[in-house]
Ligand binder design. Structure first.
Ligand code: MG
Length: 373
């Protein structure tokens, strides 16, 4: 007996707001959505061939990703206009007895669920996994509630859906339009009975960016600058009245320098020395301008700052009256709430260069969340 799998992957990712097909987004261990989906099916003995309907521009990438899996024949098929068109293209290439159809964008499917669907399919001809609806469902027309549908009668349908291949082919041939067809069972229901098995809440379909897993990272930064008479003193982008400023190629804002290094470190982008070298372009430049560029770099990496802790080590000037203002300014520059930035000022009890009042040192630690894709 032959059991094939069809994994439609020809989606355009419009709901993801991305030019790239969501099946290539990295989710776990640097591996893509499609990799994880394929990996589960490729490790099941009773599965024979795997058909992947896809867009022409994605075909090479899918084939190269498929080479990681040996022992199964993985075939790409040209995707159609709709999901149903795509499945149909693959279905009529399969000469299997049974076929499982699974959304490429459900990477958390596991073998126990596939086993449940397969058992029921072999027994009854067609099986789908379902989960209860956690929310109340209403029928709406033009913004007006028509009726409330009893929740006990409702189920949310997942994949894989399993079918007798010949019957599914008949079901596909029984309609002339795939308008409004969002799963294969809805076609099969026209010619035969479909049975349910328990689905799995973890088996979600990645549809929007919110469905992607969030990775958190920490970053650390340290900086020190010596005092220089007659220079302006900037700490955290705030000008502090003082007869001493700090010496440096830029405005020498030791606090923002440590903050920027922690941010760059969290996303593996080295440090400000590498990003903004001692060239004429950056001579006396405001560190606020540099931080704005760093925030752009983080945005490009899909990183958002969650919180920041900063320790300023200085014997002078006394910072107690400036702490709140500096802290608020950093929060504003990072675009996060004030309570997510914590500033600590300390001395070194006359020890070392800060104790001898030769300069100021700062350490910063940040946490960022990353949405990788
Ligand atoms: Mg510096």
């Amino acid at each position: 007996m032959v059991i094939d799998v069809i994994i439609p992957a020809a989606g355009s990712g419009t709901r993801m707001n991305s030019k790239e097909n969501k099946i290539f987004f990295q989710i776990i261990d640097g591996k893509s959505v499609l990799f994880h989906t394929l990996s589960t099916f490729c490790n099941i003995d009773y599965i024979d061939n795997i058909f992947i309907p896809c867009r022409e521009e994605d075909e090479e990438r899918i084939l190269s990703l498929s080479r990681a899996f040996t022992g199964k024949k993985i075939v790409t098929v040209r995707g159609g206009e709709t999901r149903a068109d795509s499945v149909k293209n693959a279905l009529f290439l399969s000469s299997s007895d049974y076929v499982l159809v699974h959304d490429a964008a459900r990477p958390y499917v596991d073998k126990t669920l596939i086993d449940r669907v397969t058992d029921k399919m072999l027994k009854n001809g067609a099986a789908i996994p379902v989960v209860p609806s956690p929310d109340t469902v209403k029928e709406i027309l033009g913004g007006e509630v028509q009726r409330t549908i009893p929740r006990s009668k409702l189920a949310l349908v997942q994949t894989p859906q399993g079918f007798d291949t010949n019957n599914l082919k008949k079901a596909y041939e029984s309609v002339t339009s795939f308008d409004g067809v969002t799963d294969d069972a809805s076609l099969y229901e026209k010619i035969g009975k479909v049975y349910t098995v328990d689905g799995d809440k973890k088996n979600i379909k990645i549809t929007t960016k919110e469905d992607l897993p969030i990775e958190t990272r920490v970053g650390v930064g340290f900086d020190a600058h010596r005092f220089e008479k007659g220079r302006a003193l900037y700490l955290g982008g705030v000008k502090i009245e003082s007869e001493y400023g700090l010496l440096g190629h830029s405005d020498a804002d030791v606090v923002l320098h440590a903050v920027m290094d922690s941010l760059l470190s969290s996303v593996h982008l080295r440090d400000i020395g590498v990003q903004f070298p001692c060239t004429p372009e950056f001579k006396d430049i405001s560190s606020v301008t540099l931080l704005e560029r760093v925030m752009k770099m983080l945005e490009e990496q899909g990183a958002k700052v969650m919180n920041l802790s900063v320790v300023i080590v200085a014997e002078k000037p006394k910072l107690a009256t400036h702490i709140d203002k500096i802290s608020q300014n950093i929060a504003r520059l990072l675009g996060i709430e004030e309570e997510k930035v914590s500033l600590t000022a300390t001395t070194t009890e006359k020890l070392g260069f800060t104790g001898r009042e030769e300069g100021i040192a700062t350490e910063a630690v940040c946490m960022v969340k990353l949405i990788r894709h």
